[in-house]
Design a protein. Structure first.
Length: 189
C-alpha cells in the first residue's frame, strides 16, 4: 500500500478588508477545492497598520506583522487573492507585503524562493489581469517563485457566489480546483 503524501501548508491572503469581499469568498473556495495534498490556511491583513518608517524605527515591526511573517516563513507556499483597484494592486494589500518585507534582512526568510500563486475576482469584465501582472514585479523583487500556470481571474464575480458566499458556478469551481491542483504540482505536493 502506498502511503498518502503529507499535506503541505499554503498561507492564503485576501487583498480586501471588506467583510463581504468577493476575493475572500474566492480564497475560501480555493481552500475547499484544493487537493488533499494542500492545506490552505487563511490569514488576514486586517490588523496591519499603514507602513511608516518612523514607527518601525521607534517600535520595530508590529506584532501582527511579525506573526504573519512567521506563519508565511513556516509554510510551503503563499496564495495571494487580489482585487484590482484602478487597474492595479490594491494599496492595502501592497502595504501588507511592504510591512512583511521589513526589515530587509527578513525578505529571504519570508519570501525567498517561496512558491506563490495569484488569483483574483472583480465586479468588472476584465478580471484582475492588470493587478496580477503588477504583482509579478513585486514578487520577483522579493525573490519568490511565482507559479505561472493558467491565470485565474474571475470577472463579474458578484454573479458566481450565493448569498452565504459559497461558489455556485460549477464551471468556475472546476477552474479553481484545476488551478489549485496545478499549484500543488508546482510545489511538489
Amino acid at each position: 500500500m502506498i502511503a498518502p503524501m503529507p499535506q503541505r501548508i499554503v498561507v492564503g491572503l485576501s487583498g480586501s478588508l471588506r467583510r463581504g469581499s468577493l476575493n475572500t469568498m474566492l480564497l475560501r473556495a480555493a481552500r475547499e477545492l484544493a487537493p488533499d495534498t494542500l492545506q490552505v490556511e487563511i490569514a488576514s491583513i486586517r490588523d496591519i497598520p499603514l507602513y511608516d518608517g518612523d514607527l518601525e524605527a521607534e517600535r520595530g515591526v508590529p506584532d501582527a506583522v511579525r506573526a504573519l511573517k512567521d506563519r508565511i516563513a513556516s509554510a510551503a507556499g503563499l496564495l495571494l487573492v487580489t482585487p484590482e483597484y484602478n487597474n492595479s494592486i490594491p494599496g492595502v494589500f501592497k502595504n501588507a507585503i511592504d510591512w512583511l518585507s521589513r526589515p530587509t534582512a527578513d525578505i529571504a526568510r519570508v519570501f525567498g524562493d517561496r512558491p506563490v500563486a495569484l488569483m483574483g475576482a472583480t465586479l468588472g469584465p476584465g478580471g484582475t489581469i492588470l493587478a496580477q501582472t503588477a504583482w509579478l514585479q513585486v514578487l520577483r523583487t522579493l525573490g519568490t517563485r511565482p507559479w505561472c500556470g493558467p491565470r485565474l481571474m474571475v470577472s463579474r464575480a458578484d454573479t458566481v457566489f450565493d448569498a452565504e458566499g459559497n461558489l455556485k458556478d460549477e464551471a468556475l469551481a472546476t477552474r479553481v480546483r484545476d488551478f489549485m491542483a496545478g499549484f500543488a504540482r508546482f510545489m511538489g505536493a
